[in-house]
Write a protein that binds this ligand. Structure first.
Ligand SMILES: Cc1ncc(COP(=O)(O)O)c(C=O)c1O
Length: 405
């Protein structure tokens, strides 16, 4: 008979035998998986046989999530990561090396820009930024730099520009480069970049895939050989997703279509309403017929999505006043959640930039970005109306007139 503590350890770590199929993917909250003998452990660790040994290398719950997103994106294989940035880092590092150049859309998420310029730039990777809608500039940049990779976002953060993925894939492939696409803003319900020729698709699953603002996660999907090339970076750099986080993202996927339809319907309604209000200079939403991305969006997106941006006539002060007056929308920097989130990049995430630097990134001083949630559209319109009234009283005028859409 073993003693108490030994007995407690053995009793508490004995996995139950389950012969039926659970309705939800179980949370395999275990750091390691033991084997019948040393030979089996060696075979699992070297990949000679499928299996699990250590959760930084692989875990059944995180693998189930990667496989599910790969299936939704129409990809051969996928990998789960602790955050979207960990996935983006692994993808870029797997295709671009020191001394080489990556061609990147200038309308790119700020942290991705920082990763490229500050972190990878310090390690000898050069980044050439281009306008993703100027296809001859993309072509010229790939030719000049002999780059192996072109990196774009399906819908850009925060400027809501839709990239023409089929055109960009054919330009990239003509130069022997891979097309990497951050599909976070669209989600695989609105767009599946692999259908348009993309090679690697990336997600911050923190956003629409999970949908409830309660978890950080990242996903990469694509051809099996490309995922195999990324796996050592995931394993060695240690960006593995936790099983509980994977479970929370898995719980979001079955309602993704319902949520994306509702996000899109409400966003279109609000964008059209905002475009007719005094004091709103411009509304950037691909669902509006007058939007610069509308024609590409109609060809490429199944729904127009929940992300929009708009520019107020009163500049920075108007933007700040609008944001501070909102009572339903959250004032924060994330997106893709059930609750509406509005941010004013010039006074928050981009406040260090002066007017010229903001203009260079396509961000007007009075620009707000909104992730339209699942609330009732009428309540959100009231919230926007409160914002507009506050912007008016802060700046004393609705000068600037109506938007053109
Ligand atoms: C378009 C886009 N890509 C990637 C990320 C990074 O994702 P995470 O915060 O999960 O690392 C974000 C985060 O806001 C994003 O908006």
């Amino acid at each position: 008979m073993t003693r108490f503590t030994t007995r407690a350890i053995l009793a508490a770590t004995r996995s139950p035998e389950v012969n039926q199929i659970p309705s939800a993917v179980p949370i395999y909250q275990s750091a390691a998986f033991s084997t019948a003998d040393a030979a089996e452990l060696g075979d699992v660790l070297t990949g000679a046989i499928p299996g699990y040994a250590y959760s930084r290398i692989d875990n059944p719950t995180t693998a189930a999530l990667a496989a599910a997103v790969a299936e939704l994106e129409g990809a051969e294989a996928g990998l789960s990561f602790a955050t979207g940035m960990a996935a983006i880092h692994a993808a870029i590092v797997s295709v671009v090396h020191s001394g080489e150049t990556i061609v990147v859309t200038n309308a790119v998420y700020g942290t991705t820009r920082d990763l490229l310029v500050r972190i990878l730039g310090g390690l000898g990777v050069r980044t050439e930024f281009v306008d993703p809608t100027d296809h001859s500039a993309v072509d010229a940049a790939l030719a000049r730099t002999k780059s192996h990779a072109l990196y774009v976002e399906t819908i850009s953060n925060p400027t809501i520009v839709v990239s023409d993925l089929a055109a960009l894939a054919s330009i990239a492939h003509r130069h022997g480069a891979l097309l990497l696409v951050d599909n976070t803003f669209a989600s695989p319900f609105a767009c599946r970049p692999i259908e348009h020729g993309a090679d690697i698709v990336l997600h911050s699953a923190t956003k629409y895939l999970s949908g409830h603002a309660d978890v950080l996660a990242g996903i990469a999907v694509g051809r099996r050989d490309l995922m195999d090339a990324m796996r050592p970076i995931l394993v060695d750099a240690g960006g593995a997703l936790s099983p509980l986080a994977a479970f929370l993202v898995l719980r979001g996927l079955p309602t993704l279509a319902l949520r994306m339809r509702r996000h899109s319907e409400t966003a279109l309604e609000l964008a059209a309403w905002l475009a007719g209000q005094e004091g709103v200079v411009r509304v950037m939403y691909p669902g509006l017929p007058g939007d610069a991305s509308h024609e590409v969006a109609v060809r490429q997106l199944d729904v127009f999505g929940g992300m929009m941006a708009f520019e107020l006539a009163g500049g920075r002060d108007a933007g700040r006043a609008f944001l501070d007056a909102m009572v339903i929308s959250e004032r924060t920097a994330s997106l893709g959640a059930v609750r509406t989130i509005t941010s004013h990049p010039p006074s928050t995430t981009h406040r260090q930039l002066d007017a010229a630097a903001l203009a260079a990134t396509g961000i007007a001083p009075g620009m707000l970005r909104c992730s339209v949630g699942l609330e009732d559209a009428e309540d959100l319109r009231d919230d926007f109306d409160r914002g507009l009234a506050a912007a008016l009283s802060a700046t004393g005028t609705r000068a600037g007139g109506r938007a053109s859409e």
